[in-house]
Design a protein around this ligand. Structure first.
Ligand SMILES: Cc1cc2nc3c(=O)[nH]c(=O)nc-3n(C[C@H](O)[C@H](O)[C@H](O)COP(=O)(O)OP(=O)(O)OC[C@H]3O[C@@H](n4cnc5c(N)ncnc54)[C@H](O)[C@@H]3O)c2cc1C
Length: 303
């Protein structure tokens, strides 16, 4: 009987593992370092879900996965990290995330890598102070119960996640002190113009804009330093110094600071397996080289 190991229980890996298990043609293992099915976007939200349509899709896939796990057609390994892999013979080293857990080598006929993305975080002075988060990391903590109602928040960096997180935190009662965008204002206008022909993007942009009315925006802005309550490097951040459009420094005081510069594909496991990247290997954003069947350059490995 053939064995497929899927790494990543986000929407991508979940769909793959469920379809394989339902097809019933071999054994299927689903590995994820998180505690629950769902990955990033379908991360369990301790507050009520706010978007009915994605929530319905999420529930459906998770319910199908749970049915397969219960029927023992899907071997789900939560809180296991695939720390390394070999192409010949095809295998992964799994490390359980529990005290005293021993590593395990699993062999497979095929591997599916659905490891998602991670944040690009650019360091600046004071970036390791408590209270400075990745923008997606802050959102993940909030979904898991970090209270933000009444808290002052500064978000800085670039990419659409910044806007989505700003709107989400505001809806949960946070006070957005400022949204400090690295993008120049004119480039944002250009992006808006480029989206004019795409209805769904236009609608999404308009919705976000409406949810962010009144939030102070800075453009061409970069975080320079997170200042602490005192000079100790581990004292919590109380202010973020950012540059503004004219290159002047502005000091933004808040309780939490979310900083992020977009997402990059999570390729560490693929690289350990020797999978080649797509034709722009110099770009940090370049994903894996795959063919029309999602096969990577390493036989038996799909992504
Ligand atoms: C911090 C963050 C916040 C995001 N927030 C949003 C958002 O609000 N809205 C939005 O549309 N998109 C968001 N995204 C983008 C998000 O990646 C996609 O929308 C969606 O989750 C992608 O689904 P996926 O299945 O490809 O990957 P993911 O949902 O990221 O799932 C990948 C899974 O693989 C697991 N994994 C990775 N490597 C290993 C390994 N070696 N061993 C074990 N497990 C592993 C991860 O724990 C994760 O659960 C966010 C991304 C990040 C990184």
């Amino acid at each position: 009987m053939s064995r497929v190991v899927v790494v990543g229980a986000g929407p991508g890996g979940l769909a793959c593992a469920v379809e394989l298990a339902e097809a019933g043609s071999g054994s299927v293992m689903l590995v994820d370092e998180g505690t629950a099915l769902g990955g990033q976007i379908w991360r369990r939200d301790v507050a009520a879900p706010k978007a009915p349509e994605p929530a319905a899709r999420k529930t459906q896939w998770i319910a199908r996965a749970e049915a397969q796990i219960k029927a023992r057609r899907l071997d789900y390994r939560a809180r296991h990290v695939a720390v390394d892999g070999r192409a010949d013979p095809l295998s992964l080293d799994l490390q359980p995330l529990r005290a005293g857990g021993s590593p395990e080598r699993v062999h497979a006929d095929a591997l599916v890598l659905a490891c998602g993305a991670r944040e690009r975080f650019l360091p600046f002075a004071g970036w390791t102070r408590p209270g400075v988060f990745g923008v997606g990391g802050l959102q993940a903590l909030v979904k898991q119960g970090l209270p933000v109602a009444g808290k002052r928040v500064v978000l800085a960096g670039s990419g659409p996640l910044l806007l989505a997180v700003a709107a989400d935190l505001r809806a949960r009662g946070a006070e957005l002190v400022a949204l400090a965008e690295q993008t120049p204002r004119r480039a944002m206008i250009g992006l808006g113009a480029a989206a004019v022909g795409q209805r769904s993007k236009r609608v999404q942009a308009a919705e976000l804009a409406a949810r962010l009315v009144g939030v102070p925006r800075l453009w061409s802005s970069w975080p320079v330093e997170a200042l602490g309550a005192d000079a100790r490097p581990d004292s919590p951040a109380t202010a973020l110094v950012v540059t503004d459009e004219r290159g002047r420094e502005r000091r933004l005081e808040a309780d939490y600071f979310g900083c992020g510069f977009g997402l990059i594909p999570e390729l560490r496991l693929a690289q350990a397996l020797g999978c080649l990247r797509s034709p722009e290997p110099k770009s940090l954003d370049a994903g894996l080289r795959v063919d029309a069947d999602q096969a990577t350059s390493v036989p038996g490995v799909y992504a």
